[in-house]
Ligand binder design. Structure first.
Ligand code: FAD
Length: 386
């Protein structure tokens, strides 16, 4: 039997590609190998589940077994690929060596933890980047049997969404981050401050401009010490200090990689023949967008390429919608530093337009009622990957 087309990773990129491939080629042998449970779920929903008190099983639309049955593929769950041989076209899992005809890396990005977590509190410090992580944090909340005091470390998109969701679910949240205002990489500071104000009005405590310097046991709680000597105590700590594309597997196989991800061209081809990459792991022609619309466009284009119609991927001017109902935020960050940001509006209803030297719109950020302008503004903005 010929070696299967093999996809590593069962996130939205891996499963999205499999769906597209199956639609276009009903019989091709395909194998999916994944380090996690392989359940079919939408990752963006992870930061909306605590407000609705959703148990993990409500977030998964299908189990890995159902995915395998529906798509007629072989699925191996809780299985980590340890090495790839691009010349022999094999991969290694423990003592096993498996052949592949073509290989797709849809291995995502991993949470970064820029500080040490002592063993004494390790069971109370979490990151949530997949359904298994959500299961673990949900179980820890349930075990308390009462509203929790949660310290969220990091005020980027993931930290802000979880903070908003946890407060909406009745928990007490304190946010800690070195930046002066929320969403520092997505929106200009005045819009971040507007979100910070909405968070405070909802009862959150914000320790902005502060680094976490130590974590330790404080009775049954976790004690957090900040760089100004102040401290706080929490039942649980949720770390949201960024994600880094998983490049180790590709790098060991001598594929071209950088901090931005596994390098591909617009056909999602890596530097090694027969190996493609997409999703959070991939830096496509210099762009790693790390959100859903680009990876779905990539899955569509790559499926066509893999069935014999080479198709380059393009990304439109797709803004990011931040799920903070306390103050909705939409952002299309400019690809280059703008010549100026033009700010309009007041209170929580703000528009920030990023302009090039010649006045062209190259990005924008919107809060509150101004998020209605996203479609109109996106029409005038440049594509992410044209
Ligand atoms: P992942 O989902 O990370 O999947 C990677 C897969 O690879 C996993 O199955 C993993 O087990 C597997 N894997 C890794 N290494 C190995 C190995 N060596 N062997 C085998 N398997 C391996 N985007 C939006 O557009 N809108 C949103 O509202 C939004 N909200 C978000 C909220 C949160 C809380 C988070 C964390 C992200 C959010 N995003 C959002 C981003 C979006 O969810 C991601 O861009 C997308 O899910 C990434 O999918 P992926 O398949 O590339 O990676």
């Amino acid at each position: 039997m010929s070696a299967p087309l093999t996809i590593i990773g069962s996130g939205m990129a891996g499963l999205g590609l499999l769906r597209q491939l199956r639609e276009q080629h009903p019989t091709r042998p395909m194998t999916l190998i994944t380090a996690d449970s392989g359940d079919d779920y939408a990752k963006p929903l992870l930061s909306t589940g605590f407000a609705k008190r959703l148990p993990p099983q409500r977030l998964a639309t299908r189990s890995a077994l159902e995915v395998a049955d529906d798509l007629g593929i072989v699925v191996r769950t809780h299985t980590r690929v340890e090495a790839i041989d691009p010349v022999e076209r094999t991969l290694t899992i423990g003592d096993e060596t498996l052949p592949w005809s073509e290989l797709v890396l849809a291995i995502g990005a991993a949470p970064v933890r820029p500080f040490r977590v002592p063993d004494a509190v390790a069971g109370r410090v979490f990151s949530i980047n997949d359904l298994d992580d959500y299961r673990a944090f949900h179980a820890a909340l349930e075990a308390l049997g009462r509203p929790a005091r949660v310290a969220v470390i990091g005020i980027g998109l993931v930290g802000c969404e979880f903070a908003n969701d946890l407060v909406a679910g009745g928990h007490a949240v304190e946010l800690v981050a070195p930046e002066p205002a929320p969403l520092p990489r997505l929106v200009p500071e005045p819009l971040g401050r507007a979100l910070g104000d909405a968070f405070r009005e909802a009862g959150m405590v914000l320790h902005t401009g502060r680094q976490l310097v130590a974590l330790g046991a404080d009775g049954v709680s976790v004690g957090l010490t900040l760089d100004d000597g102040s401290s706080l105590s929490a039942d649980l700590v949720l770390v949201a200090t960024g994600l880094r594309p998983r490049t180790g597997l590709a790098e060991s196989a001598r594929l071209e990689v950088s901090e931005a991800g596994i390098h591909t061209d617009r056909y999602l081809a890596t530097s090694a023949p027969g190996i493609h990459a997409l999703g959070d792991a991939a830096c496509v022609d210099g762009v790693n967008a790390m959100y859903v619309q680009p990876l779905l466009a990539s899955a569509k284009a790559l499926a066509r390429t893999l069935i014999g119609t080479p198709t380059a991927v393009t990304y439109g001017p797709w803004p990011v919608l931040v799920k903070t109902p306390l103050l909705p935020v939409v952002a299309l960050p400019p690809a280059v530093t703008p010549s100026r940001w033009r700010l309009e509006g007041e209170g929580g209803d703000l528009t920030a337009l990023a302009e090039a030297e010649d006045g062209r719109l190259i990005g924008f950020a919107l809060t509150g009622r101004c998020v209605r302008r996203k479609v109109e503004l996106a029409r005038s903005a440049p594509p992410l990957l044209g």
